[in-house]
Ligand binder design. Structure first.
Ligand SMILES: *Cc1c(COP(=O)(O)O)cnc(C)c1O
Length: 380
């Protein structure tokens, strides 16, 4: 029996052509060549961010963002516990303490009504995660940040081509972070981008990304030699990876529509089960245009989810759950704390799983997934 995988990395047709061009025509494989520049332009034009810079991963985009926040040991960062380790790691590596806040059960995003109570005189940053490419309640969050003079970092790793009130996710806070890992909507294998929305952070970001040098200013003719000016690192991806990504950016609308169409098909066909209370979907608030990054369903509890994943696996369908809430993971216990009560984070994460979702998923395969799900509930 052929298995329906959870993810197939996107491939749209021109990737290898462009990678060959990087090797044979441009003779440039290191970072910041023509393909990288075109990717930067595409992100800037499509999102309206002041400056986009490709990075070697979404994790590195978050690390760069954390460095830009200029944190001292013991400073606090407010974030959800229901997220990938990279969101917290970036700040812990700077000596900061992650302060976890509960999520909303409808979107699994940080509960904006619980942020203010977690603020102390050590709080410097609110780091939101737009889970599944569905936007957090950004107007409320930006208002809290302004009143308390906090920076806002958006972990928009899952949110490329997704919007809140018409604004691209990743462009609303001071800094946005994208991922182009092969499990994301647009891929360069491993890669990411930072979106710099506060103009004062553009030059510091360029310096950190270029080994702590002012090379970008030098290349623009703004200084006559380039030199080490600040602590930094190297976050430039190879042109090979950027070439792969550009091919996908050029057909981004097609990829997005294809994913949305699969997402809507799941929602429509599975809606009877939701109406019967057997499955709970994520809700997409009216202010948000999502990008169909994932189709998540929630079962009754952990036990039913385990049975569901195993039943679907026996019927040739791979489904995947995540995340172990960070505040209960060993590093979260050691380095962070949860503020307030964990009403939804653990309970909802225990009953959530994700259905196969990728560019090019066929209706025939979706029908098999849907049939297996109805089968699990004893309905055919
Ligand atoms: C994928 C992801 C990351 C990390 O991105 P990588 O490119 O894999 O390093 C960070 N945060 C979230 C929410 C993600 O989904």
């Amino acid at each position: 029996m052929s298995r329906i995988p959870f993810n197939v990395p996107p491939y749209t047709g021109k990737e290898l052509d462009y990678m060959a061009q990087a090797v044979l025509v441009n003779h440039k494989l290191c970072g910041d060549g023509p393909f990288t520049k075109k990717c930067h332009q595409w992100i800037e034009q499509r999102t309206g961010t002041k400056k986009a810079l490709l990075t070697t991963s979404g994790t590195d985009a978050l690390e760069l963002a954390a460095m830009l926040c200029d944190l001292k040991t013991g400073d606090e960062v407010i974030l959800p516990s229901f997220t990938f380790s990279s969101t917290a790691n970036a700040f812990v590596l700077r000596g900061a303490v992650p302060v976890f806040v509960d999520v909303r059960p409808d979107t699994m995003n940080i509960d904006e009504t619980k942020i203010e109570a977690a603020i102390t005189d050590k709080t410097r940053v609110i780091c939101v995660v737009h889970y599944a490419g569905i936007g957090c309640e950004m107007d409320t969050i930006m208002d809290i940040a302004r009143r308390h003079k906090l920076r806002v970092v958006e972990d928009a790793a899952q949110a490329v081509m997704a919007f809140y009130k018409g604004r691209a996710l990743g462009t609303i806070g001071d800094i946005g972070c994208y991922s182009f890992h092969e499990t994301k909507n647009y891929s360069m294998g491993e890669g990411g981008a930072v979106l710099i929305n506060d103009p004062a952070l553009i030059e510091p970001a360029e310096i950190i990304r270029e080994k702590g040098t002012n090379r970008s200013r030098f290349l623009r003719g703004q200084v006559d030699k380039y030199t080490w000016v600040e602590p930094g690192s190297s976050y430039l991806p190879s042109e090979l990876n950027a070439a792969h990504l550009l091919a996908q950016f050029e057909v981004a609308d097609q990829v997005n529509q294809n994913r949305l169409s699969s997402w809507n098909y799941y929602a429509e066909r599975l809606s009877p089960l939701e109406q019967q209370g057997k499955l709970t979907f994520l809700r997409v608030p009216e202010e948000c245009a999502h990008n169909a990054h994932m189709f998540a369903v929630r079962l009754k509890d952990l036990e039913e989810r385990t049975a569901f994943i195993s039943y679907l696996s026996d019927h040739g369908v791979q489904t995947v759950f995540h995340y172990v809430p960070l505040h209960s993971a060993p590093a979260g216990v050691a380095h962070g704390r949860f503020h307030g009560e964990d009403v939804y984070t653990t309970a909802e994460s225990n009953r959530l799983t994700r259905l196969p979702m990728y560019y090019g998923l066929t209706r025939e395969d979706q029908d098999k997934v849907i049939e297996a799900i109805f089968g699990f509930f004893g309905q055919r």
